[in-house]
Design a protein around this ligand. Structure first.
Ligand SMILES: *Cc1c(COP(=O)(O)O)cnc(C)c1O
Length: 416
């Protein structure tokens, strides 16, 4: 059967074909089907005991063919590697213009496995302070308290002088851009240059941006992690995570730990992710435009105090956004009300089209109030330390008609 005639490297020098790349998933070499088949087998027949021994002992990075297809003799046991999962990983690698990609059962599995593979006891991590809640917990509790890893949390402003926090034992600089829920941006080129100068691995959580809006590896960042539960799958019907890098050595390290921890993605979920990826660029372009329109509407509304969206010229990181996120600033925004927490609660409970639910990046619009929902464990003091206003509402814009969404917000704002 003839293979697809494109190479990952050719695709990566032509950014204008992002839409094409989202469609050109890696293929399994069977029957020429346009969608990836679901291989449920947990084990694979080998040709001889000798081949079994070779596969069992293999520590190397599996050889993906350059055309993105998957060779039959790569498979041994599905916790290690599965054909459906490998094909979808190659697709995502092409989108992010990365040498390789590993897929995980959740975003947190991708984040914890990649960080754990890069540090040991007494090493030091510099982390942005406003990282995803699960990541914060991993760093501040497990790594610090259980594994003796030193962690310094640095706020977004101070990351501009990140070099001051570097110690001889610093192994990782970990950032999230845009950050959640206040949509602050980190200067990726600066972080990458400090990482390179001191030989420190730089990792970015690029979940909110997606490869359509931001390509951190091109800015010199070493490793990109994603929660594929969000925009990449896009339909609120699976959990998954990804680690991407141009360093095969690093990916090999992560793969070995993943094989031990066992946080692999199921073939069914990989299939759904592949299906979501096909429409990624359509969904994200729509969400970019719709979020900007909604941000402008909210910005001019008398009951709204402040809108956090890097596409607004009033946002602190507007100029950086123009440089780092040339295609758009994504489908997530947040806003504060002149009234407090109670007004926020009233607003979210009166929405009729927008769904009251956590998570983000779905085709359905989702809304939540940080202080009462995702960040309810934080005291008022912790909230203000994290720059989260008590009234702050986070809105993930879906693909509904944007005028209907604005109308929904307008009518709900009348209740406060
Ligand atoms: C959701 C999310 C995660 C965690 O991903 P899961 O798939 O829920 O494990 C990590 N980072 C960001 C920015 C997220 O939004």
């Amino acid at each position: 059967m003839e293979q697809q005639k494109w190479s990952l490297s050719t695709y990566c020098v032509a950014p204008h074909v992002a839409g094409t790349r989202t469609l050109q998933g890696a293929r399994l070499a069977d029957f020429g089907g346009l969608s990836v088949p679901i291989h449920t087998s947990s084990t694979y027949k080998v040709e001889s005991a000798e081949q079994g021994a070779v596969l069992a002992s293999r520590k190397g990075w599996p050889e993906l063919r350059k055309d993105g297809s998957v060779a039959k003799d790569e498979f041994f046991y599905s916790r290690w590697r599965n054909p459906t999962v490998a094909a979808v990983a190659a697709h995502l690698a092409a989108l992010e213009c990365a040498e390789g990609c590993l897929l995980f059962s959740t975003g947190m599995a991708a984040i914890s496995t990649s960080v754990l593979s890069a540090v040991k006891a007494r090493d030091h991590i510099i982390s942005q302070s406003s990282v995803y809640g699960g990541t914060f917990h991993l760093f501040s509790h497990y790594l610090r308290e259980s594994f003796g890893v030193e962690v310094t949390f640095v706020n977004v402003e101070d990351l501009n002088k990140v070099e001051e926090y570097v110690r001889p034992n610093t192994k990782v600089i970990y950032v999230e851009s845009p950050s959640n829920p206040t949509l602050r941006l980190v200067n990726m080129e600066h972080i990458a240059s400090v990482g390179k100068k001191h030989n420190i691995l730089t990792i970015i959580d690029s979940t909110l941006a997606t490869p359509i809006n931001q390509q951190p590896l091109k800015m010199g960042i070493d490793v990109v992690v994603h929660s594929c539960t969000k925009f990449l799958s896009g339909h609120s019907d699976l959990t998954a995570g990804a680690v991407l890098s141009n360093s095969r050595d690093f990916l090999k390290q992560v793969l070995l730990l993943q094989q031990t921890l066992g946080s692999t993605l199921s073939p069914f979920d990989a299939f759904l992710l592949a299906r979501g990826l096909k429409t990624l660029s359509l969904r994200v372009s729509h969400q970019n435009d719709a979020a900007l329109k909604i941000a402008r509407f909210l910005d001019s509304h008398p009951k709204v105090k402040l809108v956090h969206y890097p596409g607004l010229s009033s946002h602190k990181d507007f100029h950086l956004a123009q440089r780092q996120m040339p295609n758009g600033c994504g489908g997530l925004l947040s806003f504060e009300l002149l009234g407090g927490r109670e007004d926020g609660r009233k607003l979210i409970e009166h929405l009729q089209v927008i769904n009251l639910a956590v998570s983000l990046g779905s085709v359905e619009s989702l809304v939540e109030q940080a202080a009462t929902m995702t960040h309810s464990q934080l005291s008022n003091e912790d909230l203000s330390e994290a720059g989260i206003d008590e009234s702050l509402i986070r809105l993930s814009v879906g693909i509904e008609n944007v005028d209907d969404l604005i109308e929904d917000l307008r009518q709900a704002l009348e209740y406060i």
